[in-house]
Design a protein around this ligand. Structure first.
Ligand SMILES: *Cc1c(COP(=O)(O)O)cnc(C)c1O
Length: 369
């Protein structure tokens, strides 16, 4: 496919704002050869923890490792079950599986978020953790999820898509016992490659994460447990330090763009607009609508240069890698219905009103009006 005229994501406006800062920062890291665990890593960890409103943040190699390391640091492993939404990016399920635990799927609600009532039905003696995924940029109902499980269950946030989002005024990252995030380039706070972090208020969890990311030990050649090599690169920390200063401004642009779509699409009766739960401040990582005959709509939008996408076309239980969980079509009706209808429209800081009008008018035409 040729480059769409209006891509799903365009990072160029962000990059222009921080270009000089990044170049200076990169030069310093190169001059000092401080590529691994340079001082910029800790600088970012402190700034990011303060932003989220948690005492500890540990920079990691990517968001998938962050979920697995968060689980392991909380004591999750073989013989345990971890409840996750059926509608999430595959990494949530993969991280649970690799920790040694069994992913137990639960259906979502009309806001695309893990449904606490469905969680309650999935609890067993083996349930060790539950992961609320803040899908598309708004927080899952974490307090209701907590109330749906026994006290001993660890409450985990996958906030890869919700950097800066709030629920009841509390930032994502501070809504559970431990949180994992990704700084993949396209996320609201994105690096220039793979990066991630774990956040927590628990000192024991924080210190275990620091060990796990560094071959299972704090000091060189002192390996206390089997670990990972999954540290945040100093170069990525330079990018994240620069971008963190702009996150609120860029999230504000996303929210205003979402409001503009709400207005532009209000007359298209066939389009179901995204809903924001009353207690949430959404940061619109993605603007996801639901439409009939979705595959045709996406195809025809792509054909006229509109980079509409699908996040995600198949729920976890219908992916070949997770067929061993033994589910069938029909087991998670809301997730399945959404998977057939959802479509993400182009949205990023710097998208113009004119571009959004073009998207809306193209969608109107494709839907036959
Ligand atoms: C991006 C993402 C991840 C994985 O992050 P990576 O850094 O790509 O490993 C996990 N969960 C969700 C919901 C995501 O969007």
């Amino acid at each position: 496919m040729t480059q769409p005229t209006i891509p799903l994501v365009d990072l160029s406006s962000q990059q222009e704002q921080i270009n000089n800062l990044i170049r200076e920062g990169f030069n310093r890291v190169i001059a000092e050869s401080s590529f691994i665990m340079g001082p910029q890593v800790e600088e970012f960890e402190e700034a990011w923890a303060a932003y989220c409103g948690v005492p500890f943040s540990m920079g990691l190699g990517n968001g998938t490792d962050a979920i697995e390391i968060a689980l392991r640091a909380a004591g999750v492993g073989r013989g345990h079950e971890v409840i996750i939404p059926a509608n999430t990016f595959v990494a949530t399920a993969g991280a649970v599986k690799r920790s040694g635990a069994v992913p137990v799927l639960a259906d979502c609600n009309e806001n695309f978020l893990l449904d606490p009532a469905e969680v309650a039905l999935k609890v067993t003696k083996r349930t060790k953790a539950v992961i609320g995924v803040h899908l598309y940029g708004q927080a899952a109902p974490m307090e209701a999820i907590r109330n749906a499980v026994p006290h001993s269950v660890t409450i985990v946030e996958d906030m890869a898509q919700a950097q800066g989002a709030r629920r009841h005024g509390v930032r994502a990252g501070a809504l559970g016992d431990v949180a994992a995030t990704s700084f993949y380039p396209g996320k609201n706070l994105g690096a220039y490659g793979d990066a991630g972090a774990v956040m927590s208020a628990s000192k024991p969890i924080a210190s275990r994460v620091r060990k796990l990311r560094n071959h299972g030990g704090n000091a060189r050649y002192e390996h206390l447990e089997v670990g990972f090599n999954s540290r945040l690169d100093t170069l990525q920390a330079v990018v994240l330090n620069a971008k963190l200063n702009f996150l609120d401004e860029w999230n504000g642009q996303r929210v205003r763009a979402a409001e503009r779509y709400d207005q532009l699409l209000a007359d298209l009766q066939m389009v179901k607009l995204p809903r924001v739960a009353a207690d949430n401040e959404h940061v619109f990582h993605l603007y996801v609508v639901r439409v009939p005959d979705r595959d045709r709509v996406v195809r025809e939008l792509n054909a006229v240069g509109i980079g509409a996408g699908i996040h995600y076309p198949r729920p976890i239980h219908l992916l070949p890698a997770y067929s061993h969980l033994g589910h069938r079509r029909g087991d998670f009706p809301t997730a399945e219905r959404h998977a057939a209808e959802i479509m993400s429209l182009p949205l990023y800081p710097g998208i113009t009103a004119q571009q959004q009008e073009q998207v809306a008018s193209a969608l109107g035409k494709v839907l036959g009006r």
